[in-house]
Design a protein around this ligand. Structure first.
Ligand code: G3P
Ligand code: CA
Length: 278
């Protein structure tokens, strides 16, 4: 079934690909982001961490155990070390046994720098929004936000009208960005509703708020409380029709999903995952 907007649910949320189209593709790879863009995703979400030699890379976990089978922390390796690793095979470990699989461009399966992701978005034929999450705690503290703002300046994306917003679970991290680049929209991420009474007094009036879908399922009233304070809501990680329906009912303005093609199909009747695979 395709969802329809109703008088009660009048907002058509923006569809943001969480770590790329990461349901079918290895997260945070260029392949996952290109797939998301080609599916029609309006925005791309990524996590960023600093390498030992000061490059921002798109990686979620603190270390490489899950995605490359190594114990090293991202923060202890140089970019050149990271770029040698295959961070995609874990997603589809039997692919080598498929004789009929097309030969894959390995550059799509490597650790991606934030700069490359921004270039990809900038070069795309339509506007692409970017929701960049700085991960904390990290040994580099505020250097992450400093490097992030420097990178945004290189693109002119620290100015009003920027396609970028910065997200974090760390109020301190967002406050740093606010100081350095006051025109960049900020999203205060929320994974516990108990934090809201504290955070609502501390965040900027124009900040967005990003609760997890689990919180909203358990406590939909939280969305009304956030809206009452005048904040728009971006929700992660919305992967099913049921959760998308809840988001529509609650009037959220962006859904961050591992399955952007499915979300677009449900919202707009765009070709779905299965249709595109034919
Ligand atoms: O978009 C926010 C969401 O990505 C936060 O959780 O763990 O997926 O980074 P996580
Ligand atoms: Ca994230």
């Amino acid at each position: 079934m395709i969802l329809v907007m109703t008088a009660e649910a009048p907002v058509r949320p923006q569809v943001v690909a969480h770590r790329g189209a990461s349901y079918e593709n290895a997260e945070h790879t260029l392949g996952a982001y290109v797939a998301a863009l080609d599916a029609g995703a309006e925005g791309l979400e990524c996590d960023v961490r600093l390498t030992a030699d000061g490059h921002l890379v798109c990686v979620h976990d603190r270390d490489l155990r899950r995605t490359a089978g190594r114990r090293d922390a991202i923060s202890t390796l140089d970019l050149a070390d990271l770029e040698r690793l295959d961070v995609a095979s874990w997603k589809n470990p039997w692919a080598d046994l498929d004789d009929e699989a097309p030969i894959r461009d390995e550059s799509l399966d490597r650790v991606l720098t934030l700069r490359k992701l921004l270039e990809t978005a900038a070069d795309y034929h339509r506007r692409v929004e970017l929701a960049i999450e700085t991960k904390h705690p990290t040994r580099y503290g505020g250097l992450v936000e400093k490097r992030l703002v420097e990178t945004l300046r290189d693109f002119g994306w620290h100015r009003e009208g920027t396609p970028v917003r910065v997200m974090s679970f760390s109020l301190t991290a967002l406050s740093r960005v606010d100081q350095m680049a006051p025109e960049v929209p900020l999203v205060m991420l929320l994974d516990k509703s108990a934090m809201w009474p504290v955070l609502r007094r501390m965040i900027g009036k124009d900040w967005l708020v990003g609760p997890g879908i689990d919180l909203l399922r358990e406590e939909p009233e939280l969305a009304r409380r956030i809206h009452r304070r005048g904040h728009d809501i971006h929700v992660w990680t919305v992967n099913t029709e049921e959760d998308l329906r809840l988001c529509l009912d609650l009037g959220v303005t962006a859904v961050i999903s591992d399955r952007p093609a499915l979300m677009l199909h449900l919202l707009d009747g765009a070709p779905g995952d299965e249709d595109r695979a034919r």
